[in-house]
Design a protein around this ligand. Structure first.
Ligand SMILES: O=C(NC/C=C/[C@H]1O[C@@H](n2ccc(=O)cc2)[C@H](O)[C@@H]1O)c1cc([N+](=O)[O-])cc(O)c1O
Ligand SMILES: [Mg+2]
Length: 214
């Protein structure tokens, strides 16, 4: 049977990227998505904004919602100090299997914990299962109708602290209107928009950075 797009993406990583070299993994995926097959990775343009937010914050505890093939997982983990930890939640077993191999090819498996399952099931278990008190940084890039409920769930579970940064992908395309309205109007967040483009296209998209005020 025909391979899947994530399987073909992994094949391109193995062919063109050097083991243990995260930047070459990132470049190989971007090249594959520009010249072979579009895929819903954050991409190089929005990825540079993600890099700058992570570098400025220097987070110890990171949560990523939506691993997909592990592109943004690699982008974030490559910038973390060795003691830091990134937990990434992936619902689709096929995607998770590919992502594990992409993360391993980049040599970042020591800083990354990929957990298979639904965010709504795992967010309430972060404290007792992973010994996490609060997260310093959360990257939202999963199902767009889950951004808002999962943000409220993280608040309710006490996983956000004064200064925790949420960064949300796709706030224009495909769009997350309910989430945007919430973080931009809630007195518990200071929010700002980073205008960019939908990965590998000329369409507008952007990232919303929201700091939890406690
Ligand atoms: O739809 C988009 N993303 C949905 C991503 C969903 C990912 O999150 C996982 N998940 C993990 C945990 C869960 O609880 C639920 C899902 C899913 O298994 C999938 O791997 C999207 C679409 C476009 N687009 O141009 O159409 C562009 C983008 O950048 C996008 O991110
Ligand atoms: Mg996205």
């Amino acid at each position: 049977t025909r391979s899947t797009r994530p399987q073909r993406l992994l094949k391109a990583v193995r062919k063109h990227a050097a083991r243990g070299d995260p930047q070459s993994v990132i470049s190989a995926i971007d090249h594959f998505c520009r010249h072979s097959e579009w895929a819903m990775n954050i991409g190089d343009e929005k990825g540079s904004i993600l890099d700058s937010v992570v570098s400025e914050l220097n987070p110890e505890k990171v949560l990523e919602l939506g691993t997909y093939c592990g592109y943004s997982t690699v982008r974030i983990a490559r910038l973390l100090p060795p003691g830091a930890r990134l937990i990434t939640l992936e619902f689709n077993a096929g995607y998770a299997a590919i992502a594990r191999q992409v993360i391993a090819w980049a040599g970042l498996e020591d800083r990354v914990q990929l957990v298979e399952g639904a965010s709504e099931d795992w967010i309430p278990r972060m404290k007792e299962h992973f010994g996490i008190e609060t997260f310093d940084f959360v990257f939202l890039d999963h199902w767009k109708d889950r951004y808002l409920p999962d943000t409220k769930l993280m608040e309710d579970c006490g996983l956000l602290r004064k200064g925790t940064v949420l960064l949300a992908d796709n706030v224009i395309c495909p769009g997350v209107p309910d989430y945007l309205q919430y973080v931009r109007n809630s007195l518990s967040y200071k929010s700002c928009y980073f205008k960019s483009h939908l990965e590998y296209t000329k369409a507008e998209d952007g990232l919303e950075k929201s700091v939890f005020l406690g």
